[in-house]
Design a protein around this ligand. Sequence first.
Ligand SMILES: Cc1cc2nc3c(=O)[nH]c(=O)nc-3n(C[C@H](O)[C@H](O)[C@H](O)COP(=O)(O)OP(=O)(O)OC[C@H]3O[C@@H](n4cnc5c(N)ncnc54)[C@H](O)[C@@H]3O)c2cc1C
Length: 172
Amino acid sequence: MTSATNKRDLRTGRSVWVDSPGLGVPTRPLRAALSVDVAVVGAGISGAFTARELARDHSVAVLDRRAPLMGSTMASTALLQWEIDLPLTALGGRIGIAKARRAYARSWSAVQALKRIVEDDRIPCGLAERRSLYLAGDEYGHRALKTEAEARAAMDLPSEYLDGPACGKGSA
Ligand SMILES: Cc1cc2nc3c(=O)[nH]c(=O)nc-3n(C[C@H](O)[C@H](O)[C@H](O)COP(=O)(O)OP(=O)(O)OC[C@H]3O[C@@H](n4cnc5c(N)ncnc54)[C@H](O)[C@@H]3O)c2cc1C
């Protein structure tokens, strides 16, 4: 049977996650029909979280055409950022500030939820919080960064604009 999904080699080398302690999902080949409430197709992180939520009150099977964790999840750098690729102000210019704020708020709460899952399920993945630092450049100069920091702070997202003297004090 051919698949409509393009199957590409996402990894050209050995992923650093391959040797992580505790990694590995018990699997078995599907040799006979299975009756479940929900079949989740794809054993990457999306399938894992979907199955985790649904398994509270449904019987769930996760199916994959490959071995688990062979897709982009294993290829990932595993950097979790609540910041969206487009700054809040730029996104607001494209889709309107109300929608942009909503997108940022949801992205923030998704990362918080993920942190809670790691804690609650005691997942030994070495999750560590880090702050992001944006440097003024050609595309976003210091005024744009200041406006961005203020826009984020206005919706209670942790954000601070550092000017020259503040950077000199090493407060980043
Ligand atoms: C090199 C790289 C670096 C990345 N770095 C980051 C990062 O730092 N931070 C970040 O947030 N994101 C990053 N990403 C993106 C992130 O990895 C993906 O968004 C995320 O892993 C997608 O997870 P997924 O479960 O949706 O997909 P996948 O992990 O790809 O899982 C999908 C699964 O579905 C299976 N499947 C597909 N079609 C079928 C079918 N028809 N039948 C049966 N099974 C099927 C596949 O075999 C696969 O196992 C990166 C991605 C890559 C490639």
